[in-house]
Design a protein around this ligand. Structure first.
Ligand code: PLP
Length: 455
């Protein structure tokens, strides 16, 4: 490592407090310092070339270098670097992006609000649910359901909605309005002999029980990622969405599809909700909306909800919500360019094509002694690591087997993410078949390395 790299790491260690990081580990060892990227590769100050099998944080859909996106940002910065969308003001790029998104959106969406992050999009969704339920004369409909291990962000409300115990403990969260239903991990939680469909029916029945216990008239919405990402690339079991949506319809509870990770092609369709036949009332998206080149997110919803917002506005005047950088001109310009690129290169078609190889290679690891289950769709795959796959005996958590595989993979030039003992593998959507071969080979080698330690 050269002197500059050392200095950077010391600077970072001294002052920069990192989100979602082990603070003690950081204080002792400092960060991995990524200096640049190209295609699916990232490079660090140690001189390592690493395939990013986690797409940054599931966001770098077009890889790490794209002149069209950087030029779009520069062009917009030269023309109009900022304009508020408050006070009935707008600018060309945000108007265009709104229409463009609505044309792409799942059925029924006709309105869009912009923010800068997935958390803000979901937080806005929660506020709009509360705001419009008040307009509809149902102010008591405030409770919001998420799922155990679901992830929807880090504002006070969205982290309450997320089902991540380590993000609640010590913060005095979740807030009381937020409830959690079961994690639909069929492999781990099915009863012996139970089919996927039966398991899904049981998940829905348990959800219904929770709704009845709360009082259905107090439940506003259920937020869900079509496939769970933050909880470890967990695909829904057969029949899950059909059963869950039947319960929601029965009690007039809205479904919010959190497409922050699944949106824009990850699952081989434009939206995860398309892949699994979901019919959401609201859709949040972020990350690949700008291919991660600029922070921008969007929340889409139906005219019916907008009509309720209008009622409140007629009574109150101003709609009392918004962020300074909502619909930022540079984010909007980059978003428009990203959507152009997706269309021109047929990104969804590309994902469908290469995912056949990706999933085949992932499934080939299913008989590795560390791996209990492999399940994926598109370029999104989860691996359950277990001590005994058949008897479903997990590893002793103290062994940190997932983290071990993550570290060995890193040493071999692949960045993957372990969530406990579940590995999440979601490379940039532009990955090609050669890179898939290389990445999966490295993954397999990392599993072998870890097996040598725990066998
Ligand atoms: N929703 C999902 C499904 C996510 O995976 C994330 C972040 O990873 C978020 C929401 C929050 O997005 P952000 O980190 O941009 O606030």
């Amino acid at each position: 490592m050269n002197v500059d790299a050392k200095r950077l790491i010391e600077q970072d260690k001294a002052h920069h407090v990192h989100p979602q990081s082990n603070l003690r580990q950081h204080a002792e060892h400092g960060p991995t310092m990524i200096t640049h990227g190209k295609g699916v590769y990232i490079y660090d100050t140690e001189g390592n070339e690493i395939i990013d099998g986690f797409s940054g944080l599931g966001c770098v859909s077009l890889g790490y270098h794209n002149e069209r996106l950087s030029n779009a940002a520069k062009r917009q910065m030269d023309i109009l670097p900022f304009a508020p969308t408050f006070y009935n003001r707008s600018h060309p790029r945000v108007a265009e992006l709104g229409e463009r998104l609505i044309n792409l959106a799942p059925g029924g969406m006709n309105k869009v609000m912009f923010q800068c992050s997935g958390s803000e999009a979901n937080d806005t969704a929660i506020k709009l649910l509360w705001y419009t339920n008040t307009a509809r004369g149902e102010p008591e409909r405030r409770k919001i359901f998420g799922r155990v291990r679901g992830y929807h962000g880090n504002t006070v409300a969205t982290v309450s909605l997320s089902g991540q115990p380590h993000m609640h403990a010590k913060f005095g969260l979740p807030l009381p309005e937020f409830k959690h239903t079961e994690l639909p991990n069929y492999y781990r939680f099915h009863i012996d002999g139970e089919s996927e469909e039966e398991f899904s029916a049981r998940m829905a029945a348990e959800f219904e029980k929770l709704i009845l216990a709360e009082g259905p008239e107090t439940v506003a919405a259920f937020f869900a990622e079509p496939a769970i990402s933050g909880g470890g690339a967990l695909m829904p079991p057969e029949g899950y969405w059909k059963e869950m949506q039947a319960v929601l319809r029965k009690y007039d509870i809205k479904l919010v599809s959190d497409e922050v990770v699944c949106g824009f092609g990850r699952t081989g369709n434009m939206w995860g909700s398309e892949t699994w036949g979901m019919e959401p009332d609201m859709v949040s998206c972020a990350k690949a909306l700008s291919a991660a080149f600029f922070p921008i997110s969007a929340l889409m919803f139906k005219d019916e909800m907008y009509a309720d917002m209008m009622k409140n506005s007629d009574e109150m005047g101003t709609f009392g919500h918004g962020y300074t950088y909502a619909g930022h001109p540079v984010g909007a310009a980059v978003g428009l360019e990203a959507l152009d690129i997706y269309e021109e290169i047929d990104l969804v078609g590309h994902v469908r094509k290469v995912s056949a190889r990706f999933l085949e290679k992932c499934h080939a690891m299913a008989d590795h002694p560390l791996v209990a289950e492999v399940r994926g769709v598109g370029l999104f795959c989860g691996f359950e690591l277990m001590q005994d796959a058949k008897a479903r005996v997990p590893f002793d958590p103290a062994l940190k087997v997932g983290e071990m595989v993550q570290n060995f993979a890193h040493d071999r030039g692949l960045y993957l993410r372990a969530i406990g003992d579940r590995m999440s593998f979601m490379p940039p959507l532009i990955i090609n078949e050669e890179e898939i071969d290389l990445a999966t080979e490295r993954f397999k080698d990392a599993l072998d390395d870890a097996w040598e330690v725990v066998r």
